[in-house]
Design a protein. Structure first.
Length: 267
């Protein structure tokens, strides 16, 4: 009889874990409350964009450095799930002072209202692009870090980009989550869908990929399908000795990002 009680107790506990994972998944995937805002680059400005469902998302824009204005595409940045748009804009502006930079505060992050979701981020990315495209004569290159790479890929399927630069990207949020939580029925539970490899396989624009050699958040198995899906892979750089989160602090990262943007934009 005690064995039956133990089995029931374990089954009850496992069910509770599944229920908790289902309802907490948005917070786990999009930890908006944990994101520090930091300061935007000097001279930056913010633009509020109204969404169709009544929210406001904020786009950070940074002009090229004085004397550096040229015929270069706008770099539209999408950060990782714990990144502020201010941080994303600062990183891109430091590496590309001769480009106009834009970065989006995701829905529910910092000054943007609403609640994040994959659908909301995808829709807001298109909104940001439409704002920029109407003011830029040199096109837009989307630069996505981690989960932001999935946002960039989806944008490329909906709008005309000059190219895509994907840093530590994953092929499928569903498959990535299943790899991290093999003891949970992740696939049927996941409400947020990001199928980047499948989407990228339908596109023909120039793509550059940067990955970390020792990435334990997005293992090589989950980034490899993106390389295989890209019809026009212009650059593929693996930065040795780095992980998912420390890749940005290695000196080689800035040069890799410059080479990647040049490869997809023809500079």
């Amino acid at each position: 009889m005690w064995i039956v009680k133990v089995i029931i107790a374990l089954a009850t506990f496992y069910t509770a874990v599944i229920v908790a994972a289902y309802f907490l998944q948005t917070h786990l995937i999009f930890p908006a409350g944990l994101v520090g805002q930091g300061g935007a680059p000097p001279g930056s400005r913010t633009v509020q964009l109204a969404t169709e469902d009544g929210e406001n998302v904020v786009l950070v824009r940074v002009a090229p450095a004085a004397g550096e204005i040229a015929e270069r595409p706008v770099l539209l940045g999408f950060g990782g799930n714990a990144w502020s748009a201010n941080t994303m804009a600062t990183v891109l502006h430091q590496i590309f002072p001769d480009h106009e930079i834009a970065a989006l505060h995701y829905r529910g992050y910092g000054p943007s209202s609403g609640r994040p979701s994959s659908k909301a981020l995808f829709a807001d990315a298109a909104l940001a692009y439409d704002h920029l495209a109407g003011k830029s004569q040199n096109g837009v290159v989307a630069v996505g870090f981690s989960i932001g790479a999935s946002v960039a890929v989806d944008l490329a399927a909906k709008r005309e980009l000059e190219g895509l630069v994907l840093v530590t990207p994953f092929d499928s949020l569903k498959e990535l989550a299943a790899a991290h939580y093999p003891w949970l029925p992740v696939r049927p539970l996941l409400r947020h869908h990001m199928e980047s490899a499948e989407t990228l396989g339908k596109l023909a624009l120039p793509v550059a990929i940067i990955t970390a050699e020792n990435d334990d958040v997005v293992p090589a198995k989950r980034s490899k399908p993106l390389r295989e899906a890209a019809a026009d892979l212009r650059s593929d750089i693996v930065i040795g000795g780095t992980g998912h989160n420390d890749i940005y602090y290695i000196g080689e990262f800035a040069e890799a990002l410059r080479k990647s943007v040049a490869a997809v934009s023809g500079d």
